[in-house]
Design a protein around this ligand. Structure first.
Ligand SMILES: Cc1cc2nc3c(=O)[nH]c(=O)nc-3n(C[C@H](O)[C@H](O)[C@H](O)COP(=O)(O)O)c2cc1C
Length: 389
């Protein structure tokens, strides 16, 4: 894509872009916003975690004050009752594109990434090009799109559509993003006839400040990695060995290397980021005890419902994740004292991940404790730089 003169340059090609600043950190630090009720954890243990805008706005401001690089919102289309259980897990949710637009006006530095199912409903690349340029302008080049193709047949049907075969979805998403990139790069009207989308005399201005918004996707499949190699700046990865941190650290080096090699083959630098769930207390014992309390209060109906939902889809990236850990949830789990957490984060970096996007059980207090007790150790360990310019 970089070689195509019809495309906008990527934000990584502008040293002064917010993305380039973030990419100079030894370990990119993100926060997975709980814009869905229940966040990542199907547990009934009392906590403050809340899907509301005010709660997420406070978290985002706190994360920015702590020097976090990005916040991220996922998008799911749940039916009434969410994924079930006593908690009606994830029944309430904010759309991350709209929520992030509002967050951009109350923040100054942090990157804001929202998930969009580009193949659901009547999205056209011209929509994303125009809306994205608008949000890029409002945020000062801090917006990124996590392009998802929709792994869930049930979600596709909500839009009156049919589930599209896995690899074909990436082919379609590739053309979708390709057309948007041409619109962001074009200095005049654009007319083109694609396989899936067409334009006639289409034009978008203002242009994004640093060529185009940050492009992200989340994948573990060959087709998704092929898509990422062509288009993405950041790739959300999952652990091919499931949630257990030590098992994950064994397999992540080869996984990261394969993804980066796919980018390098196309002359592009891909950065990978993974989402750990952090349970941290003063001591390993206290963290384990808290973890056990979260598990003991597991919302069985919600766990079964969520696992069933994931299994009804065709996502390759979550195949190794069973249901044992779902009361706490997340992709990999790091549970222990601040020293233990930092030791594992060093492991994640050494395994080739360029960043982490953290989730917590009780987001507000747990983020506060992370800021006080873990972050200083990350600076000491060289995982974070106070001035990455
Ligand atoms: C960190 C992360 C966030 C994701 N967010 C969403 C999301 O918001 N909505 C969604 O439908 N899928 C989401 N996914 C799933 C991906 O879009 C994709 O379906 C999954 O990773 C499988 O892709 P693959 O089959 O190419 O491996 C996410 C995956 C990861 C790892």
């Amino acid at each position: 894509m970089v070689d195509d003169p019809g495309h906008a340059a990527g934000p990584g090609e502008f040293p002064e872009s917010p993305f380039s600043r973030v990419a100079r950190q030894p370990l990119i630090l993100g926060l997975f916003l709980p814009v869905q009720s229940g966040g990542w954890s199907a547990s009934l243990l009392p906590r403050t975690t809340d899907w509301t805008f005010d709660y997420n706005a406070a978290l985002t401001r706190r994360a920015e004050a702590l020097g976090f690089d990005l916040v991220f919102g996922l998008a799911q289309w749940a039916s009434k009752g969410g994924y079930g259980g006593v908690s009606k897990y994830r029944e309430d949710s904010l759309d991350p594109f709209i929520a992030v637009t509002a967050l951009s006006t109350i923040t100054e530095r942090i990157l804001l990434i929202s998930t969009i199912h580009v193949l659901f409903g009547p999205w056209h690349p011209l929509h994303i090009a125009k809306f994205g340029a608008t949000l890029d302008h409002i945020s000062g080049g801090r917006w990124g799109i996590n392009v998802v193709t929709g792994y869930s047949p049930r979600e596709a049907r909500m839009f009156g559509g049919q589930h599209i075969e896995h690899d074909r979805r990436y082919e379609m998403a590739g053309e979708f993003v390709d057309v948007a990139c041409r619109l962001w790069g074009a200095s005049g009207n654009l007319t083109l006839q694609g396989k899936f989308w067409s334009l006639e005399d289409a034009f978008v201005t203002p242009k994004p400040r640093y060529g185009r918004p940050v492009l992200v996707n989340a994948t573990g499949s060959p087709a998704g990695i092929g898509y990422a190699a062509t288009y993405s700046d950041l790739v959300f990865i999952t652990s091919p060995a499931g949630h257990e941190i030590n098992a994950a650290l064994q397999v992540l080096p080869a996984h990261n290397a394969a993804i980066k090699a796919a980018g390098a083959e196309r002359g592009r630098q891909l950065r990978t980021i993974i989402n750990p769930m952090i349970v941290c207390r003063e001591t390993d014992r206290e963290a384990e005890r808290y973890h056990q309390a979260i598990l003991d209060a597991g919302d069985r109906g919600a766990i079964d419902g969520f696992v069933g939902h994931q299994r009804s889809g065709d996502a390759v990236a979550w195949k190794a994740h069973g249901d044992r850990h779902r009361a706490l949830g997340g992709n990999i789990q790091i549970i222990g004292s601040p020293e233990h957490v930092v030791e594992k984060l060093i492991g994640v970096k050494q395994a080739g991940c360029d960043g982490v996007q953290l989730a917590f059980f009780d987001f507000a207090p747990d983020l506060g404790f992370f800021g006080e007790a873990v972050l200083p150790l990350m600076y000491q360990a060289g995982l974070r730089l106070s001035d990455a310019r």
